[in-house]
Ligand binder design. Structure first.
Ligand code: PXG
Length: 471
């Protein structure tokens, strides 16, 4: 693509950006020195910057542009809805067509026992809703002491005070006095780095049983819910062993604990089914949704609520003092409905399940043959590579965690590939409309970037082995 010439120059954008814009998750001093990348256009799986450079967007934006960029149907629906009713609320006994249609459309694709939705504008807000909702549920049930929510270290559930407390990111907790009370964390099912010599399945059961120990420790009469992503996304595409989820479900049922599946990344086709819960045969009480709900075209999220929870709240809960100005926003709802229509009518999720994901998984696994790769795991359209100076022992690097990942990420960007790093893991989450040819292109690009990274690491003396190693 040629530069769109009526726009300011990249340098001008960068200066204005540095002068006025505070970026999320960024060290602003550092960023303002290098200058932001200025992205001006998206088309299918590709992005273009202000200088006309083309990028292969292997992250679907931030794990959300599932149907790809540039779908004009969504733009048209948004314009039409803005013309008809740009805003009205869903408080005080009011509703409107887009929110009714979207609620029905979500209920149709959600697991059979989940038929009610509470809307928000983001995943963070939806998880804040969940915190209040599960506590309100147990209070309405006559068990007001059930307030504790158990989550996992290295989980990501959002950035608001409540949702970041649910998350298990230590760096986030260290700023602003998190977590808020009554949220506690157990270990994650991360076999590669924490499984040592155990086999996958025994490790999965062991990590699930930590939930049971924690419930017993704090008393089941005090525990409201357990929350987890079916596959941890921002934590580094951590795919649990097959043994993990059945054991978690057994424990939740046994101790009468609600199960919240955070489907913000896994939902709407990412794992080859409508929800990650379908893929892992989980039967949650609540599901958090956002991102893929509108393919990122509008900010919208929500909590899908099971019939069990919804009917108790309806019959015994009274008024739930909770809601957002934009709960069920008509433009966002209309766009999400159109996105679901496209996912269905174009059979996007079925073709991911039957054709695209199997091909991607097969090709991705070949990256284990690269001398810098300790593991190349994937499920559905989520993939991760563990970088290692000694792949066979799953060794870590001697350099501080993330040094090698950042170098590799910058090499990817230079080569027109948007692949993220989480410490020394490289991760992808490509648009679901990716083709087999484009998967080949992706793998070739990743391989090229890894080759280049290995050379740079060698020159910089960064290939030394660190303290974590399985012998
Ligand atoms: N739950 C999960 C599982 C998420 O991945 C949220 C909740 C919060 O959603 P909102 O819409 O409030 O952002 C998320 C968001 C990253 C990255 O760098 C991941 C997310 C957001 C921003 C960056 O991987 N996930």
């Amino acid at each position: 693509m040629n530069r769109i010439t009526n726009l300011p120059s990249t340098n001008e954008f960068q200066q204005m950006d540095a002068a006025h814009h505070i970026h999320p998750f960024s060290d602003m001093a550092e960023l303002n020195q290098t200058g932001s990348r200025v992205i001006v256009k998206g088309d299918g799986i590709f992005l273009y910057d202000n200088d006309g450079k083309k990028f292969f967007d292997a992250m679907s934006g931030l794990w959300c542009v599932n149907i790809g960029y540039g779908r004009q149907e969504l733009a048209k629906v948004a314009a039409k809805q803005m013309g008809e009713l740009p805003f009205y609320n869903t408080f005080f006994g009011t509703t409107h067509p887009p929110v009714v249609n979207l609620s029905k459309a979500i209920a149709e694709v959600a697991p059979a026992h989940m038929n009610h939705i509470f809307f928000s504008s983001s995943g963070s807000e939806a998880n804040d809703t969940n915190i209040r909702l599960v506590r309100h549920y147990w209070a309405s049930y006559g068990k007001p002491t059930k307030r504790i929510i158990i989550s996992r270290l290295n989980a990501y559930h959002g950035s608001s005070l409540g949702s970041a407390s649910l998350g298990g990111m230590k760096s986030m907790h260290s700023q602003g006095g998190l977590p808020v009370p009554n949220i506690i964390h157990i270990n994650q099912p991360y076999w590669y780095a924490e499984g040592g010599n155990m086999n996958h399945e025994d490790f999965g059961v062991m990590r699930a049983k930590e939930l049971e120990s924690k419930i017993i420790e704090v008393g089941p009469e005090n525990v409201a819910a357990f929350i987890a992503e079916p596959i941890q996304g921002a934590g580094g595409v951590i795919i649990p062993p097959q043994s993990y989820w059945p054991e978690i479900e057994r424990i939740c049922t046994n101790y009468n604990i609600l199960l919240i599946a955070d489907e913000v990344i896994c939902g709407f086709g990412r794992t080859g089914n409508w929800f990650g819960s379908d893929t892992f045969s989980i039967k949650p009480d609540l599901m958090t949704i956002a991102k893929g709900l509108s393919s990122g075209y509008q900010p919208i999220g929500g909590s899908i609520v099971s019939d069990k929870v919804a009917s108790l709240l309806e019959n015994q809960g009274g008024e739930f003092y909770h809601g957002y100005t934009y709960s069920g926003h008509p433009v966002a709802a209309a766009v999400a409905c159109e996105n679901i229509r496209i996912l269905k009518e174009e059979n996007i999720i079925a073709s991911v399940r039957d054709r695209i994901a199997p091909y991607f998984n097969q090709q991705w696994s070949k990256l284990t043959e690269h001398p810098l790769v300790g593991e190349a795991r994937s499920l559905g359209m989520l993939g991760a590579i563990e970088l290692s100076p000694e792949p066979k022992s799953r060794a870590s690097f001697e350099a501080p965690e993330g040094t090698v990942g950042l170098i590799t990420r910058n090499i990817c960007i230079k080569n027109g590939l948007i692949m993220r790093h989480v410490y020394d893991k490289m991760i992808v989450s490509p648009p679901l409309i990716i083709t087999e040819n484009q998967i080949d292109m992706l793998i070739a690009l990743v391989w090229k970037c890894l080759d280049e990274s290995k050379k740079v690491l060698k020159v910089k003396g960064l290939l030394n082995i660190g303290s974590r190693r399985v012998t």
